[in-house]
Design a protein around this ligand. Structure first.
Ligand code: MRU
Length: 351
């Protein structure tokens, strides 16, 4: 399995996704501050991977504290959480993971736990999130794999694969599972300007698995759809609002419109940690604006004239009406999503 991130006795080891596919190198983060930097610089990216990375960041912060008591550690714990929460605004998995750590810390504090017990329990919680993420990907993969056609082209946008999770992937997990189910899938990977997650990362990890893959420039999908080469689209999500609108990598909305126009099923695959019932619609999802240099330059080479205006929103929102189904580890949801999401949430709370 692709080692997106791994806990080691020295810290958290990340495969450097800014260097792939030409170089397979690793970055070791030995402090929570370094984990935050690794998230900001996109050494690690993808909503579920960001969430679990932040959890390990909190664990590193706890393990490195000089505080002798839980009470003395409390203000430092808040600073650690704030630093990690300030890295990227759109993927709700980041805040889900940090909130989970905050709840755990509050419980431990109330129970009078020692600092060493707190350190141990915070690390155990991060390990649990890591394992749960892989299990969720496998389960949603099995649900989603059954929805894909027995053969033909499946288009995906960005990288919602093993590299965006702790392993197996969400959208690419669905594709992996379909292939394991014996389906003959050919993946069309949008290159995904400007950061090229599709061209660099999706292509790299699917080739490692021997899954036939063709990279497309982002402006080619319509013509392939019209030619009948795309039988389904499957993408990931950074945040799914309570009404089913969802944020994903910029350009996802374009693909959704094209799929609808051509009568092609359009699936969104994400773990429950990506669902944000507190955000009513996609309009309320914060969209990260990234540095202009990602658009103006490529590989250190300038592409655009000096001083030209640049916009670089990292995500867009696809309205719920474009989505054929949302695939989660709890099952497959259909429209109306406000109802199906609420029902599945209530069913999970009821146990
Ligand atoms: O900016 P990125 O690379 O973190 O964006 C990633 C995506 O948009 C993914 O599709 C999303 O996080 C789902 S990953 C399973």
């Amino acid at each position: 399995m692709i080692p997106t991130l791994a806990w080691t006795p020295e810290g958290v080891r990340f495969i450097d996704q800014t260097k792939l596919p030409l170089e397979e190198s690793y970055v070791l983060a030995t402090s929570y501050d370094q984990v935050a930097d690794v998230i900001v610089t996109m050494v690690v990216r993808g909503a579920p991977a960001i969430g679990v990375s932040a959890a390990y960041g909190v664990a590193l912060g706890a393990l490195k504290t000089q505080a002798q008591t839980a009470g003395a550690f409390a203000p430092e714990f808040d600073r650690i959480c704030a630093r990690l929460a300030g890295t990227r605004p759109t993927a709700v998995n980041l805040f889900w993971a940090i909130d989970r750590m905050k709840n755990l810390f509050a419980e431990q504090l109330a129970a009078g736990a020692t600092i060493s017990a707190i350190q141990e329990n915070i690390l155990a919680e991060a390990h649990a999130m890591y394992e749960e993420d892989i299990a969720a990907c496998k389960t949603m993969g099995a649900f989603g794999g059954a929805l894909l056609p027995d053969e033909g082209g499946v288009l995906t946008h960005c990288n919602a694969g093993a590299l965006a999770t702790c392993g197996y992937g969400t959208a690419l997990g669905v594709i992996r599972s379909a292939v394991e189910q014996g389906k003959h899938i050919h993946v069309y990977a949008d290159e995904t300007r400007p950061f090229l997650q599709g061209a660099r990362l999706t292509a790299w990890e699917l080739m490692a698995d021997g899954i036939p893959t063709t990279v497309l420039c982002d402006n080619m999908a319509a013509s392939l759809m019209r030619a009948g080469k795309i039988k389904a689209v499957v993408v990931g999500a950074d945040r799914i609002a309570a009404n089913g609108d969802f944020a994903n990598k910029i350009g996802t909305y374009n693909v959704a419109i094209l799929a609808k126009e051509h009568g092609i099923p359009f699936y969104c695959a994400a773990p429950w940690s990506t669902i944000d019932m507190a955000t009513p619609t996609g309009d309320a999802i914060p969209i990260e604006e990234r540095a202009a240099v990602e658009v103006t330059h490529h590989g250190g080479k300038q592409l655009t004239p000096h001083g030209v205006g640049i916009c670089n929103p990292a995500f867009d929102v696809t309205p719920a009406s474009y989505t054929t189904a949302i695939i989660t580890e709890r099952g497959v949801l259909r429209a109306p999503y406000a109802e199906s999401l609420r029902e599945m949430e209530l069913a999970a709370q009821a146990g």
